[in-house]
Write a protein that binds this ligand. Structure first.
Ligand code: TLP
Length: 354
């Protein structure tokens, strides 16, 4: 049975060109700073972001953790959005390993955190309070349906944080989805952040890895922290090679994923019983919910049984993510199955595709 996997863009496999580059990669021991392929990838990343330096890490989760470890002290408070990936899906690492309190401030549905809300969450000088030292933003915003933060928002919000002595970290796991949607270079979108990370292993289709970028001092410190948490990877050029190809060949095509996400959202919106949370899909993530007459868990089981894999968020809530391994025809097929499965759950019969 064919599978149409819409759970995440993390399910993408490396391309032929990436596999060849991995096979042929020139290698060295990266802990000694001697892997030429890792060094080349870090240089490309720093140039693209117009930051002084970059660090290759195992994952987005590791990059976000290192950004906290290198820019805060134990006992500090950091501000994160109430829907932030760092808060929801990173096992509380910033608190457990970094010793910081994560203060959540509501995310607007479009992924922003309101400036006034940030300002009122920043602690004043008081013996009872932990110092607030870092503001974390996310672009594109995963739980806000792939919403895009603009450079104007970044500038205003970073200025506010900096005025209060905070640093700004940007979780840019899907930053290239944002730059493609906005039609601007990444460096413009991240220029106001002190640190930014982005992932190679999502829409860009590389098998592993993330880059954390910032000043030379920040990256040196993050590199030391990376060693401490066991992230020194030796001949990591094998995976970095795929990352270099990803940055060269996979960014522009993200527009196709965005197009497919809009196709999916429009199709879902026409299915009785489904409500698309945001119709103005900006990038490659579609959030939708079922009306309460059908159980979300049952729909998940039913669609899986027909090869359509969705990300289930509990209750009536679903997420679908488009990527290189899903075509427009696959989207249409997935839509058919979702509709038929819903009908079956409503009426007990599957209809014409079976
Ligand atoms: N997100 C994954 C899951 O963890 C939910 C996904 O399927 O979307 N920041 C953001 C905004 C992310 O969406 C993710 C991954 C990460 C960080 C973490 O990246 P990895 O998975 O490389 O640790």
């Amino acid at each position: 049975m064919k599978t149409i996997d819409l759970r995440s863009d993390t399910v993408t496999h490396p391309t032929e060109e990436m596999r060849r580059a991995m096979y042929e990669a020139e290698l060295g021991d990266d802990v000694y700073g001697e892997d030429p392929t890792v060094n080349a990838l870090e240089q490309v990343a720093a140039q693209m972001m117009k930051k002084e330096a970059a660090l290759f890490t195992a994952s987005g989760t590791m990059s976000n953790l290192l950004a906290v470890l290198a820019q805060t002290k134990r006992g500090d408070e950091i501000i994160v959005g109430s829907e932030a990936h760092m808060f929801w899906y990173e096992v509380g690492g910033a608190s457990a390993l970094g010793g910081v309190v994560m203060r959540t401030v509501p995310n607007e549905p479009d992924g922003r955190i309101d400036g006034a809300a940030v300002e009122s969450a920043i602690r004043g000088k008081n013996i009872h309070f932990p110092p607030t030292t870092l503001l974390c933003l996310e672009n594109t915003h995963n739980r806000c349906g792939g919403a895009v933060l603009t450079p104007e928002y970044m500038a205003i919000t970073a200025r506010l944080a900096h005025q209060h002595g905070l640093r700004v970290h940007l979780d840019g796991a899907r930053i290239f989805n944002a730059t493609v949607a906005l039609g601007i270079p990444a460096s413009e979108l991240v220029k106001d952040a002190d640190s930014v990370c982005f992932c190679l292993s999502k829409g860009l289709s590389a098998p592993v890895g993330s880059l954390l970028c910032g000043t030379r001092d920040f990256v040196d410190s993050a590199r030391k922290w990376r060693k401490m948490i066991g992230g020194g990877m030796r001949q990591a050029g094998v995976i970095a090679a795929a990352g270099i190809v990803a940055l060269r060949t996979m960014i522009d095509r993200l527009a196709e994923d965005h197009e497919n996400a809009r196709r999916l959202a429009h199709g879902l919106d026409r299915i009785p019983g489904i409500i698309v949370s945001r119709r103005d899909v900006a990038t490659n993530i579609v959030m939708f919910e079922l009306n309460p007459t059908v159980s979300g868990g049952e729909l998940l089981q039913e669609t899986e049984a027909h090869g359509v894999r969705l990300s289930y968020r509990g209750g009536q809530q679903f997420r679908a993510v488009t990527h290189r391994m899903v075509s427009a025809a696959d989207i249409d097929e997935a839509l058919n199955w979702v509709e038929l499965c819903l009908k079956k759950l409503g009426t007990g019969t599957i209809g014409s595709l079976e």
